[in-house]
Design a protein around this ligand. Structure first.
Ligand code: DX5
Ligand code: ZN
Length: 224
């Protein structure tokens, strides 16, 4: 399976966002991850529609908007209009998840379901066929720079099994605490898209950050 790195701009330098995005693109990133937080669903405020709109003019890469907001159904389509090609919605917050996922797809974007560390995979059962990808949170959402929760690896394996058993084409994305030490094992377990903030932007050279993750992702693990 092909590994894709989706740098999270939450850890970028907001005074030079365009340049940081170009740097990760040079390093081999193929998706840009945008964390939208509203201070209600998660205890932090970040960016919204205007930033996504500006970014869509600054890069050709697909924009992946991770909605950590209380009323995702109300805003999801607007993010597609602003330039997002992937929009993901938390299973914990949307009582009409299938409708929201459908609406995202009808607008021409890929629809994703996000699942928090404490939410069991059974919460995905009914909505899975409506989604193009599932985003497994490997930290509790709200902040960059947190530590990877180790039980997420087994969750990926179980989700992979669920997808294969049902014969679905659903892709798996992971977000939170991804670095060179855990990427290979997660790739072997079935993750295709890796969101990474600190490990890409934390070292001062975002292009190198992406390259190092891509290199580390192919390391042989006992899982293969
Ligand atoms: C957390 C966000 C993540 C975060 C990842 O709520 O969804 O995308 O920016 O940052 P790192 O890679 O530093 O854990
Ligand atoms: Zn995110």
């Amino acid at each position: 399976m092909k590994v894709e790195i989706a740098p999270s701009i939450l850890s970028a330098d907001f005074t030079r966002l365009g340049e940081d995005v170009q740097a990760v693109e040079r390093g081999g990133a193929t998706i840009i991850h945008c964390d939208v937080m509203d201070g209600h669903f998660v205890p932090n405020l970040t960016i919204g529609l205007p930033v996504v709109k500006s970014l869509s003019r600054a890069t050709q890469l697909p924009l992946d908007t991770h909605l950590m907001i209380s009323e995702p159904g109300r805003y999801a389509e607007q993010f597609v209009e602003a330039g997002a090609s992937m929009v993901s919605v938390h299973v914990e917050i949307d009582p009409h998840l299938n409708r929201t996922l459908d609406a995202i797809r009808k607008k021409g974007a890929q629809a994703g379901i996000v699942i928090n560390p404490a939410t069991p995979l059974s919460a995905l059962e009914e909505a899975l066929p409506f989604a193009d990808f599932v985003l497994i949170m490997s930290v509790n959402p709200g902040f960059g720079g947190q530590k990877f929760i180790p039980t997420s690896l087994d969750k990926v394996r179980r989700l992979r099994r669920m997808i294969v058993e049902r014969g679905l084409p659903t892709r798996i994305e992971i977000d939170g605490g991804i670095d060179r030490t855990n990427i290979a094992e997660l790739a072997a377990a079935g993750v295709e898209i890796f969101v990474a903030g600190t490990s890409v932007f934390g070292g001062g050279d975002p292009a190198r950050g992406v390259r190092e993750l891509l290199e580390a992702s192919t390391a042989v693990t006992s899982d293969k």
